[in-house]
Design a protein around this ligand. Structure first.
Ligand code: TXA
Ligand code: MG
Length: 320
């Protein structure tokens, strides 16, 4: 594949054309890098699944350039969803809505709902608007990692994850490190009260503020637990252990105020919750590069983005 750093407008047009021609384009978003395909092209989308090694019943998020494109993919969009979209798009939020006829089974995994997002990274937005100018309707993009592995937050991480699976004509757009660093908040808007299916940088408090609905946080977590995804996702090769004593040679990740245990290897020292999210997956990758067998993580306290970090940490914990 070809890697294009800080793509120019001409290079972005070339990437949009590559998508129209059925090739894959990995691109940066503010959350993590996505592996993009024309969301109406079944053959291109099936390559996304094979490159990732992902089961085909896991639905994909369709990315669009603005709220104006929403009607192409969703029908009966409720008031709540419109309020959220107006407030937080472009941004790290995916809305689950009733699908239109454009959202075929190969996107939704056969479900009647579709996930839609408008990302805010300038390269992603430029790619989406060029793609739409060429007649494209949306870009399906899961995180650009092998199934179950850690999402990539840099182009180097994309190459490490799926570089060997891409064809010579596929592209990787390099737009630097992702600013948020963990995946978008996913909100199910198909019921009267929105439910958070995956916490992220758009927090429960922000959703409450916008929709005036009282989301129940504990219920949010029951839903996450019920999804059955725990222990199979977001995992580095090293074993992740939450809290506990570090032994010699263990990796260690905690807020900057917490000192490194003797003989442990510090992987990151974030001084804010935002930095913790931003450095989490990089720290996991660093541990694997160093061939560490164990990472001790002291989870951040508090709500909001901390909830999202703890969600990813719990899911990254592997069984013995
Ligand atoms: O931040 C993000 O959301 C990134 C960037 C690239 O946009 N994308 C991402 O995609 O994380 P992916 O496929 O790695 O994770 C999307 C999650 C999957 O767990 C999938 O099952 C869920 O969203 N999802 C997608 N469409 C859905 C739907 N219609 N109903 C329920 N869950 C859905
Ligand atoms: Mg993913």
């Amino acid at each position: 594949m070809e890697i294009i750093s800080n793509p120019t407008q001409v290079e972005i047009k070339k990437a949009a054309q590559a998508l129209m021609d059925g090739h894959l384009v990995a691109f940066p978003t503010e959350t993590v890098y996505g592996l993009g395909a024309d969301a109406t092209n079944e053959k291109a989308v099936s390559r996304v699944y094979s490159v990732k090694g992902r089961p085909t019943d896991h639905p994909l998020i369709v990315h669009i350039s603005s709220i104006n494109q929403l009607d192409k993919w969703a029908v009966d969009v409720p008031e709540n969803a419109i309020k959220l979209a107006e407030e937080y798009w472009p941004g790290p939020m995916t809305l689950i809505l009733k699908r239109s006829k454009t959202a075929k089974d190969f996107i939704t995994g056969g479900q009647e709902n579709v996930g839609i997002r408008v990302p805010s990274h300038p390269v992603a937005l430029a790619l989406l608007s060029e793609f739409e100018k060429l007649g494209g309707l949306g870009i399906a993009a899961p995180s650009a990692n092998r199934f179950g592995a850690v999402s990539p937050t840099s182009s180097e991480a994309v190459i490490e994850e799926i570089g060997s699976e891409l064809s010579p004509i596929d592209l990787i757009l390099d737009g630097g490190n992702c600013s948020v660093g963990i995946e978008s908040t996913i909100i199910n808007c198909t019921e009267d009260i929105p439910t958070v299916l995956r916490p992220g940088a758009i927090t429960v408090e922000m959703i409450r503020f916008c929709t005036k609905h009282k989301l129940n946080i504990s219920k949010v977590y029951e839903r996450i637990r019920a999804s059955g995804l725990i222990k199979t996702h977001y995992s580095p090769k090293a074993k992740v252990v939450l809290g506990g004593e570090a032994e010699k040679g263990d990796g260690f990740l905690a807020m900057a105020g917490i000192s490194t245990p003797i003989d442990a290897i510090r992987l990151a020292s974030p001084s804010t919750i935002e930095e913790f999210a931003n450095q989490l997956y990089q720290a996991f990758r660093l541990a694997d590069h160093k061939n560490l067998t164990k990472i001790i993580v002291i989870p951040p306290l508090g709500n909001g983005l901390s909830d999202a970090i703890r969600d990813r940490l719990v899911r990254s914990v592997t069984d013995e």
